[in-house]
Design a protein around this ligand. Structure first.
Ligand code: UGA
Length: 434
């Protein structure tokens, strides 16, 4: 099939590349000329495991191309994906100007029936708005399909190639047929393609992310309570997670959820609910609790040093909002760094992928180490904010040599409690005994 993908951000690029992988001709459009040039020269603009291979293979086979020219892209495409940003506007509602603007531009270029697929996370009712834009500017028939993405950064290629489900919001039989054909190769194992109306599909995306954010936040609160009552959150997690109705996944407490999706989507769902005069109380609490959780590690540090960390120096392992990404949007590490600095401490950081991104924001407010051990030099204590695999089994002898004191504040519960006691550490983690 012939596909156009508008927007080569994270979602657009993964979508375009993975659609080319099953034999479709995919042309990706972006207004950023430098980025398009780079991609034309075979440079992958984001860090995403597994994407390189597919990207290069499909470019080499001529199935994946890039352009800044929208007209070239939409001319022959049967299906046009829109993967454009929907940043939170001033009032927390998603800003639809990119999507509606692109819809207008496309409407002026098309000369035959097209399926317009919206991949961006958008408030309920957006498909109707996009449809209205087309109706205003062209008499050519189009179907607008809502097709939310459920890609996780770090495993996005796998999530696209083998999705748990594909959600497609459209009432048009013609669009359903084309979309089922396109997604058929990805659901060969029998995972469902769920057809529904546009509004249900749009809400499904927000509800899924908000539910997951709530699940994590609930566990963070259970963990905080565990510390007070002397329980162990690992045991409680396993105890509840074995109930299939609860499930084992997404029950890991930590320093709060971050990233470009959960915080934005929870906020947007609260805002849409408010617009319909519905008070979505649980999500409001989720937002509040998550803000508090982001600095819980610093609270522990302050308590340990009796509220005085002036002149202390800390090592921080992990900057990305989660492992296997260089994404630092809403990353708890940023809150931790700022809180430490505000309290008069200095910080040296290390992350396998996200250092450059942090340097772009934080600059020389912190020092950047070449590796995880160098970060520990002269540090009074080590703080851990992201559960990168390289932090899971470190060489504690090496740590002992450089870290000034045997003190670790672990926001991701990486180490066995008994092991840390045996090694003689003061080891403060989340929801577990000291
Ligand atoms: C999330 C969803 O998982 C995807 O399904 C969705 O498509 C995506 O948002 C999106 O809307 O684009 P992502 O933001 O990449 O994906 O990251 P997750 O792996 O879901 O992690 C989100 C946050 O929750 C991270 O900060 C992570 O550290 C935290 N988390 C996750 C926990 O604190 N505990 C857990 O048990 C799981």
């Amino acid at each position: 099939m012939k596909i156009a993908v508008i927007g080569t951000g994270y979602v657009g690029l993964v979508t375009g590349t993975c659609l080319a992988e099953t034999g479709n001709d995919v042309i990706c459009v972006d207004i950023n000329e430098t980025k398009v040039k780079k991609m034309q020269n075979g440079e992958v603009p984001i860090y995403e495991p597994g994407l390189d291979l597919l990207f290069h293979r499909n470019i080499a086979q001529g199935r994946l191309t890039f352009t800044t020219n929208l007209a070239d892209a939409v001319k022959d495409a049967q299906i046009i994906f829109m993967a454009l940003p929907t940043p939170p506007g001033g009032d927390g509602a998603a800003d639809l100007s990119y999507i509606l603007g692109a819809a207008k531009d496309i409407s002026k270029l098309i000369t035959e029936y097209k399926v317009i697929v919206n991949k961006s996370t958008v408030p309920v009712g957006t498909a109707d708005k996009v449809k209205a834009v087309f109706q205003e500017h062209t008499s050519i028939e189009v179907d607008v399909v809502s097709n939310p993405e459920f890609l996780r950064e770090g495993v996005a290629v796998d999530d696209f190639m083998k999705p748990d489900r594909v959600v497609l919001g459209t009432k048009s039989e013609r669009a359903k047929k084309l979309m089922a054909e396109l997604y058929g190769p990805y659901v060969r194992q029998g995972n469902p393609i769920l057809f529904m109306d546009e509004r249900s599909s749009e809400l499904t995306k927000y509800a899924a992310n908000s539910f997951l954010a709530t699940k994590i936040t609930f566990m963070n609160e259970v963990a905080n309570l565990c510390e007070l009552v002397g329980a162990d959150v690992d045991a409680v997690r396993k105890g509840i997670g074995s109930d299939e109705r609860i499930g084992k996944r997404f029950l890991f407490p930590g320093v709060g959820y971050g990233g470009s999706c959960f915080p934005k989507d929870v906020q947007a769902l609260v805002k849409s609910s408010d617009d319909y005069e519905y008070d979505f109380q649980i999500l409001k609490s989720v937002m509040e609790v998550n803000e508090r959780q982001k600095t819980i590690l610093v609270d522990k540090v302050l308590k340990y040093y009796k509220n005085d960390i002036k002149g202390k120096h800390f090592a921080l392992w992990g900057l990305a909002f989660k492992p296997e990404t260089d994404d630092i949007r809403e990353a708890p590490a940023l809150y931790i760094i700022n809180a430490l600095i505000e309290n008069g401490a200095t910080v040296t950081v290390f992350d396998p992928e996200a250092m450059e991104n942090v340097a772009g924001i934080i600059g020389d407010k912190v020092k950047y180490a070449k590796n995880q051990y160098e970060a520990l030099v002269d540090a009074d204590a080590l703080l851990i904010a992201t559960e990168w695999s390289v932090f899971r089994n470190p060489d504690f002898e090496k740590i002992d040599k450089v870290l000034k004191n045997k003190v670790i504040f672990d926001g991701r519960n990486l180490y066995d409690l008994q092991k840390m006691i045996d090694l003689g550490y003061y080891y403060n983690s989340i929801g577990r005994k000291l």
